[in-house]
Design a protein around this ligand. Structure first.
Ligand SMILES: Cc1cc2nc3c(=O)[nH]c(=O)nc-3n(C[C@H](O)[C@H](O)[C@H](O)COP(=O)(O)OP(=O)(O)OC[C@H]3O[C@@H](n4cnc5c(N)ncnc54)[C@H](O)[C@@H]3O)c2cc1C
Length: 484
């Protein structure tokens, strides 16, 4: 029998599997998709690899990803970039005007009360009525505010309670150091190789069993009978293909988006009320990427960023099926990919883009270029690829954030991370994943930290309860293999 089953093999799941395996526990990873990595998804595109999901290691200090990857020489520092602030009619906004507005927005957020129940969006929209730097050209400020909301994934456009809360800025601690470390063209998947110990020497990969295409449908954890044996496993897991597994404990690493949709069917007995409230109140942001390849770069400088500032009259050019195009808020050059640009799209725009065919996305992007980049000599698109994180049933969004509803009604990463037991204090169901990281949610380093945290919790408990269990700490899995 297995000691611990890890559900989901993204960064958090793999981190947990690695630590549990190294401690000598018998572990099994169950992954619904046909690949490991989850929201870390590196694919070949253009000259090298690109990241459809996470791309940068954000910061250095107290960052598990940095600690693991930097000594191996895998991380690169970005060069200083050039920023073009473009109105949606193609006119350029002078840099000093742009920087003045951005500074005013930052100052307003900095001085706002972080312990109230306000959203960040509400804070800057109120400031726009009084702050001189913002009232001076209110139409331009409005375009910047909209850009700021998209660029910082502030949410809450339809329902203010779902907006990102100011309090979240205190709960989330960015790691000091360079915020945009890249993977030198190798992609964020490198962290998966490190966690499985298959980099730099693949022959040293750890012997841990991971089963792909195993979508967990049901987790039964309610038996109150003491002991751990084949007839009375603390956790019984059923997958959509009917396969059943049993273990002493399990670590659930599913995203908040997936938990929102499935927790009722997934857990028996149901989750405690406080956990459910937390899952309902935390929100998932919807952020997508569109990578566009050209024969050669046509933009004046690399690295560079086009910041797109929409005006209502230009949005009107993109109506009906094309409306999503007017939600693209930025175009960035891509590290180690000289011929590629990355277009960012967020929220409702991302949702609508995901429903379009790839051909329609290409047509929409071409229309964007014809209007917003009309003062540049844009060459034809060679190739295009996009992400679809919202419609992906295994993610249902990009990453979690604290909302106004969380501040009003309760819920936090800490509550989400609390384990469940069967009355015997042994953690039967543990929770990891980016959203459970107390101070580093929304990033891969937070996911890795959470996987290590829950593995350590279980290792400690297995040691403490060793004699209570039927078997443990004895054998290793036979060999490292990813079963299809
Ligand atoms: C567009 C985008 C850009 C990002 N950029 C960055 C960045 O630059 N830097 C950064 O640090 N972070 C970034 N992130 C966030 C980062 O990707 C996530 O925080 C992190 O990868 C989450 O890891 P996780 O293990 O918690 O969850 P996941 O990666 O979601 O892993 C959960 C796993 O569970 C699996 N699963 C789901 N349902 C089931 C089921 N029923 N049964 C079994 N398995 C199941 C999923 O397939 C998945 O593999 C970005 C995310 C997105 C989407």
């Amino acid at each position: 029998m297995t000691d611990v089953i890890v559900i989901g093999c993204g960064a958090a799941g793999l981190a947990a599997l690695r630590k549990l395996h190294d401690a000598g526990l018998r572990v099994l990873g169950l992954e619904a998709s046909n690949r490991i990595g989850g929201r870390v998804c590196t694919v070949n595109f253009g000259d090298k690899a690109i990241d459809i999901g996470a791309a940068w290691c954000h910061g250095e200090k107290d960052n598990k990803v940095f600690e693991l990857a930097n000594p191996l020489g895998l991380l690169g520092r970005p060069e200083p970039d050039t920023n073009w602030f473009l109105l949606s009619n193609g006119d350029q906004v002078p840099e000093e005007n742009a920087l003045g507005i951005l500074k005013a927005l930052d100052t307003e957020i900095e001085k706002a009360d972080k312990y109230g129940k306000q959203s960040i969006s509400e804070c800057i929209r109120n400031a726009a009525k009084t702050n001189e730097a913002l009232t001076k050209d209110s139409k331009l400020s409005e375009s910047f505010i909209e850009w700021f909301e998209r660029n910082n994934h502030l949410g809450g456009q339809d329902d203010p309670k779902k907006g990102k809360s100011l309090r979240g800025l205190v709960e989330h601690k960015p790691c000091e150091g360079e915020p945009l470390l890249h993977w030198k063209g190798r992609g964020y998947k490198s962290i998966l190789d490190i966690l499985l110990n298959r980099y730099p020497d693949p022959s040293k990969a750890i012997n841990v069993q991971i089963e792909l295409n195993k979508e967990v449908e049901h987790i039964q954890w309610g038996s109150t009978e003491p002991g751990y044996n084949i007839d009375n496993p603390p956790v019984q897991i059923t997958c959509t293909d009917g396969t059943k597994y049993a273990a002493a404990s399990c670590i659930v690493t599913l995203s908040v988006g997936v938990l929102k949709e499935r927790h009722e069917k997934l857990f028996f007995p149901p989750l405690p009320a406080e956990k459910i409230k937390t899952i309902e109140n935390l929100q998932m942001c919807g952020l997508d990427k569109i990578y566009i390849e050209f024969e050669k770069p046509w933009w004046p400088k690399t690295p560079g960023k086009f910041t797109i500032l929409w005006r209502d009259e230009d949005k009107a050019l993109f109506s009906g099926e094309d409306a999503w195009v007017s939600e693209i808020f930025g175009l960035w050059t891509v590290d180690c990919q000289p011929n590629v640009l990355l277009a960012w799209i967020y929220g409702k725009g991302a949702e609508a883009m995901e429903k379009q065919s790839l051909e329609n996305v290409k047509t929409g992007v071409q229309k964007l270029f014809a209007n917003v980049l009309k003062n540049f000599e844009v060459s034809p698109i060679k190739n295009l690829i996009r992400s679809q994180w919202l419609s992906n049933p295994l993610t249902r969004g990009s990453y979690a954030y604290r909302s106004v509803a969380t501040e009003e009604d309760g819920g936090s990463a800490a509550i989400l991370s609390e384990p469940l037991d069967r009355g015997d204090r042994f953690p039967t169901i543990c929770f990891a994943g980016e959203a459970t990281s107390h101070e580093q949610h929304n990033a891969v380093h937070g996911a890795v930290e959470s996987g290590f945290r829950e593995a350590e919790r279980l290792i400690k408990n297995f040691k403490m309860y060793q004699n209570y269990f039927y078997q443990s700490f004895t054998s290793q899995s036979p060999s490292f293999q990813i079963k299809k």
